[in-house]
Design a protein around this ligand. Structure first.
Ligand code: SAM
Length: 356
C-alpha cells in the first residue's frame, strides 16, 4: 500500500540495524505506530511475537489481519450459505469467498452516495474518489462482510481478513494523486479498473500476537517487552485527514461529512506527533514510560524534532546510538521538465539500550 512514511522500502536497513544492536534473547517486538503493518509483519516473519498498534482504525484492520491472524481462514460457518465451500481445501476457501464478494450485486450505499460522481451530482459537492461502479461494489462488499459477521457466519479472524482485503484492494483504485486529501478531476487509468477482492496474504507465525487501536502514549504504560519500534509521523500531516476515506470504509459508520472532500470529524484522532507545539513533550513522556530493553525510532532530517532533540531525550534512558541512511530524491525541475535535480534526505534510526 502506498502510505506516507511507509517503511516497506527500508525493511532490510531496519532489520540489519535492529538485529545488530539487540541481544539473542529478544523475542518480542512492538510496532507502536504501525500504519500499514509493514514492519510488524516483517518481524513476525522473523519469528518474533509482535504487538502492533495504531490510532487509526483502518490501520488496526490491516494489522489485525497481517499481524494478528496466523491461521488460514476456513470459513466453516459459511458452509450453509456457500455450500460449494465444502468441496474446497481450506487453503482455497479464502480465494473462493473473495471471488464471491467481487461478484455480488452492487449497492448504492454510503461510499457511492458520498464519494462517487453518480451519487454526489447535483448534491452541492461533486466528488470523484472512485468510479460509480467501484463505489457501489465497495458498499455491497462492506455491507455483506458486516452482515455475515453479525449473523455469526464468519469468525472475528475471518472478518478482519475480509476487511483488510477490501481496504487494500479499494485503496488501489482511489482516484487521487496519493492521499485522500483531494481527488482528481478526471478518473485516472488505475482508478478505472474494476474492484477485485484479491485475498490479503496470510503470514503464519507465533499465535501470541497482539493488536491495539490506541493512542501510543496511553498504550505504552500497559505493555512491556524486548524491542520497541517507534515510527511516529515526522511532520504536520495528520493521517486521519489524509486517509479519511479508508477510515470510513473500515468503520462504515456513516459519519457526518464536511467540505469539498467529505472529511469526517477527526478531532479525537489528531496526533500530537504532528504538532510542533506538542511533539517534544509527548515523545519525552513516551520514552520515559516505555518498559522495554531497547527502543528504536525512525525519523528523518526534515522532521519536527531535530536530531539533537531526539538524542537528548533518548539518552536519558541509557546508551544512545544512531544509524543513518541517505536517500537521493529526484524532483522534476519546474523550469525544465527533462532536467532532474537531486536532493538528499536522511533517514535516521535512533536507538537506546535501556539502563536498568
Ligand atoms: C510514519 S506512519 C507509520 C508507517 C509504518 N511504519 C508503515 O511502514 O506503514 C505513522 C503512523 O502513526 C500513527 N499515529 C500517529 N500518531 C499516533 C499516536 N499518537 N498513537 C498511535 N498511532 C499514531 C498514524 O496513524 C500512522 O499510521
Amino acid at each position: 500500500m502506498n502510505y506516507i512514511g511507509s517503511k516497506w522500502s527500508l525493511l532490510s536497513f531496519l532489520e540489519n540495524s535492529i538485529l545488530e544492536i539487540t541481544d539473542k534473547d529478544c523475542h518480542t517486538f512492538c510496532d507502536l505506530f504501525a500504519g500499514t503493518g509493514a514492519v510488524g509483519k516483517h518481524f513476525k516473519e522473523r519469528g518474533f511475537e509482535v504487538t502492533a498498534n495504531d490510532m487509526q482504525y483502518y490501520s488496526y484492520v490491516l494489522n489485525r489481519h497481517y499481524v494478528g491472524n496466523t491461521d488460514v481462514p476456513a470459513f466453516e460457518n459459511l458452509l450453509g450459505f456457500l455450500p460449494e465451500i465444502v468441496t474446497l481445501n481450506v487453503d482455497k476457501r479464502a480465494a473462493f469467498v473473495c471471488h464471491y464478494l467481487t461478484s455480488i450485486p452492487p449497492v448504492e450505499g454510503f461510499i457511492y452516495k458520498n464519494y462517487c460522481l453518480g451519487g454526489t451530482k447535483g448534491e452541492g459537492a461533486e466528488r470523484l474518489y472512485f468510479t460509480d461502479e467501484n463505489g457501489k461494489q465497495c458498499d455491497a462488499i462492506r455491507l455483506k462482510i458486516e452482515e455475515w459477521y453479525s449473523e455469526n457466519l464468519i469468525t472475528e479472524n475471518e472478518y478482519f481478513f475480509l476487511l483488510a482485503t477490501l481496504i487494500e484492494n479499494i485503496d488501489k483504485l482511489a482516484n487521487t494523486a496519493s492521499v485522500y486529501g483531494a481527488y482528481l478531476k478526471k478518473i485516472k487509468k488505475s482508478a478505472a479498473a474494476k474492484l477485485q477482492m484479491t485475498p490479503a496474504i496470510l503470514i503464519p507465525g507465533n499465535p501470541n500476537q497482539q493488536v491495539f487501536c490506541e493512542d501510543a502514549n496511553t498504550l505504552i504504560s500497559k505493555i512491556k517487552g524486548d524491542i520497541l519500534y517507534l515510527d511516529p509521523p515526522y511532520n504536520h500531516r495528520q493521517y486521519a485527514a489524509n486517509y479519511h476515506l479508508l477510515e470510513t470504509i473500515a468503520k462504515y459508520d456513516a459519519p457526518l461529512l464536511k467540505g469539498k472532500t467529505g472529511l469526517r470529524n477527526y478531532s479525537e484522532q489528531k496526533s500530537d506527533y504532528c504538532l510542533k507545539s506538542k511533539v517534544k513533550e509527548s515523545f519525552e513522556t513516551l520514552i520515559q514510560d516505555a518498559d522495554f530493553k531497547y527502543i528504536f525510532l525512525s525519523y528523518n532530517n526534515e522532521g519536527l524534532m531535530s536530531l539533537e532533540e531526539v538524542k537528548e531525550i533518548m539518552s536519558q534512558r541509557g546508551e544512545y546510538g544512531l544509524f543513518t541512511k541517505e536517500y537521493s530524491r529526484f524532483k522534476a525541475d519546474k523550469t525544465e521538465n527533462r532536467q532532474h535535480k537531486a536532493n538528499s534526505t536522511f533517514e535516521y534510526l535512533h536507538y537506546v539500550k535501556i539502563k536498568d
